[in-house]
Design a protein around this ligand. Structure first.
Ligand SMILES: Cc1cc2nc3c(=O)[nH]c(=O)nc-3n(C[C@H](O)[C@H](O)[C@H](O)COP(=O)(O)OP(=O)(O)OC[C@H]3O[C@@H](n4cnc5c(N)ncnc54)[C@H](O)[C@@H]3O)c2cc1C
Ligand SMILES: *[C@@H]1O[C@H](CO)[C@@H](O)[C@H](O)[C@H]1NC(C)=O
Ligand SMILES: *[C@@H]1O[C@H](CO)[C@@H](O)[C@H](O)[C@H]1NC(C)=O
Ligand SMILES: *[C@@H]1O[C@H](CO)[C@@H](O)[C@H](O)[C@H]1NC(C)=O
Ligand SMILES: *[C@@H]1O[C@H](CO)[C@@H](O)[C@H](O)[C@H]1NC(C)=O
Ligand SMILES: *[C@@H]1O[C@H](CO)[C@@H](O)[C@H](O)[C@H]1NC(C)=O
Ligand SMILES: *[C@@H]1O[C@H](CO)[C@@H](O)[C@H](O)[C@H]1NC(C)=O
Length: 468
């Protein structure tokens, strides 16, 4: 794709409206960028003061990098990321290498983007810079404490009251937006999440200290890759991230932790303790020691119930990103789903001519995105399962299968069902799907309206044939 093609100016909506976005995470900032691109007015409300440095690596699968590349940010993206080519798999307890999976040129080409590894904070900062330069307003220290029943008016902790045509809740899985939607549908929100007895630890290791170590250096030779250790109820992953020269190190292990946040550092000693509580191979202990001077975050893995409705009954408020579809931390697709949401939302609101279309577009968004997100979530849960099988028949079959594939020169993940969908998951184009919705259903609806037909709820639209 040529640089000119990528940066062609987007069309603008004929009717431009005001959006209030709650939360300046990846979903909120990407939506701000996408909506500004088509001319809508955007204010983002973020409770933090903007100084919080998040830590950890962020993997951008092709479906996600494709959208950012399409928006014309290739150069900026390359500056903060590395393109990954492969994933190597090892046994957590013994260190035995059992296979490699390469994201072949064909898969990547078909998917239309690259597998890119970056720092979460660099990606947030990039989106923030782009949002501001495209004219979005971002207010920090702006915690939303209530959303009224019109779904259009929010109150901040400092007492300010703000109103917009549409409120977009992008404040994460534990935010006020998800709670308001649950309350709106009379669901007791307290019962809708639970801890799973698993904790995820996130840190980084200076690249040089890995290169200096005779046991670890061989790991990193050759192509840029992700390294996954598959263990009994635990797993670890290491990958090289762009920008600052570091490796990301994530450990998933059984345990309990108080509610955590990715912005809150805990003493680094927790990492060594967690490693010690598992039967990990020596290189993992070593990696833990090399993180001695890094910051560590840890969060308990939570399970959330699926949210049936993403749209408030007022038809003026919507949840997106993790507020709509929480995805387990450490997933490949968490950030990607947030960016896809942003892209799909803007594709729909490009067609806005009349305020009475607003609520249909919000319901159309749910129609378009809900099934895809559920499918991706199922795949992700399957992936996490596969790399943490307890010893037994499944684990044995998995390992034998990977070893045999490796011996035959095949990709370790070829035809393991959950991973096999990667082609489908990566190639999906969230913007095309939204365009297709408009062509097939949106235009029909507009015609029906001109002819005086009653406005049906767009939920009667079937979308199976739109979302592949
Ligand atoms: C601080 C932080 C660090 C993270 N670090 C990583 C990482 O290193 N690697 C990784 O892969 N993923 C990380 N994640 C998760 C990742 O961002 C998400 O999985 C994914 O990008 C989709 O997130 P989201 O934008 O839907 O929600 P979130 O990322 O949860 O963002 C929600 C935002 O809303 C804000 N907010 C919440 N409540 C209110 C309120 N009442 N009023 C105003 N603002 C509010 C929060 O402060 C936050 O900025 C992190 C998330 C957070 C919040
Ligand atoms: C940073 O994040 C932590 C954890 O979420 C929070 O307690 C703290 O208030 C935040 N700091 C600022 C300055 O926003
Ligand atoms: C790596 O080794 C070089 C040469 O011995 C040394 O100068 C450097 O400080 C080491 N760096 C780290 C991070 O260990
Ligand atoms: C941590 O920092 C100290 C002091 O700078 C240094 O001596 C030590 O080698 C560092 N440890 C690691 C693992 O990088
Ligand atoms: C939340 O949990 C309750 C009780 O378990 C359940 O009945 C309800 O369906 C859940 N709500 C959603 C939106 O999943
Ligand atoms: C760090 O934490 C986030 C939380 O969502 C997770 O998605 C991310 O993958 C973690 N980092 C790494 C390297 O896995
Ligand atoms: C990711 O790519 C696959 C493969 O084309 C595609 O089927 C899938 O719909 C894409 N996913 C999304 C969310 O676009």
């Amino acid at each position: 794709m040529s640089a000119e093609a990528q940066t062609a100016p987007p069309l603008e909506a004929l009717l431009k409206i005001d959006f209030l976005i709650i939360g300046a995470g990846i979903a909120g900032l990407a939506s701000a960028v996408a909506l500004r691109r088509i001319g809508h007015r955007v204010t983002v409300l973020e409770k933090d003061d903007g100084s919080n440095q998040t830590s950890g690596g962020c993997r951008m699968p092709p479906n996600m990098s494709k959208i950012l590349l399409n928006w014309g940010f290739e150069e900026e993206l390359r500056e903060i990321s590395l393109i990954a080519e492969a994933m190597h798999l090892m046994i957590y307890e013994s260190g035995e290498f059992i296979g490699t999976h390469r994201w072949t040129k064909e898969i990547i080409k078909e998917a239309g983007g690259s597998f890119m590894f970056t720092h979460h904070r660099d990606l947030l900062q990039l989106l923030k810079t782009i949002a501001l330069s495209s004219g979005a307003e971002i207010r920090h220290n702006a915690e939303v404490v209530s959303i009224d029943s019109t779904g259009q008016t929010v109150t901040l902790a400092n007492g300010d009251v703000l109103t917009a045509d549409v409120v977009v809740g992008a404040d994460g899985p534990d935010g006020i937006s998800r709670r308001s939607i649950l309350k709106d549908s009379n669901v007791d929100c307290e019962t809708n999440s639970s801890l799973s007895g698993t904790v995820i630890y996130n840190t980084t290791i200076p690249a040089q200290s890995i290169y200096n170590d005779t046991d670890l250096a061989p790991l990193t030779e050759g192509e840029h890759a992700a390294y996954t250790w598959m263990g009994n109820g635990c797993n670890a992953m290491v990958f090289h991230i762009g920008g600052v020269d570091e490796f990301s190190f994530t450990l998933t292990a059984p345990g309990d932790a108080p509610e955590g946040s990715w912005a809150e550092n805990v003493p680094i000693t927790h990492l060594a303790d967690a490693l010690a509580s598992t039967h990990c191979e020596p290189r993992l202990h070593k990696l833990g020691r090399l993180a001695a001077n890094s910051s560590l975050t840890r969060i308990p893995l939570k399970k959330y119930e699926e949210l049936k409705h993403w749209v408030h009954s007022s038809g003026r408020m919507l949840v997106i990103g993790e507020a709509a579809h929480p995805i387990p931390a450490r997933s490949f697709q968490g950030s990607a789903m947030a960016v896809e949401d942003a892209a799909a939302l803007a594709k729909l609101f490009l067609h806005l001519l009349n305020p009475d279309q607003i609520s249909s577009f919000l319901w159309a968004f749910q129609d378009l995105r809900q099934e895809r997100c559920e499918k991706v979530l199922r795949g992700e849960l399957g992936n996490l399962d596969v790399i943490s099988y307890p010893p037994g028949a499944l684990q044995q079959a998995r390992d034998d299968d990977m070893r045999a594939k490796h011996a035959a020169g095949k990709g370790a993940l070829d035809s393991i069902s959950e991973w096999d969908q990667n082609k489908g998951v990566f190639g999906y184009n969230a913007e095309d799907a939204a365009d297709e919705w408009w062509i097939q259903w949106g235009i029909l609806r507009e015609r029906a309206k001109e002819n005086g037909a009653p406005l049906g709820h767009p939920l009667n639209v079937r979308v199976e044939h739109l979302v592949h």
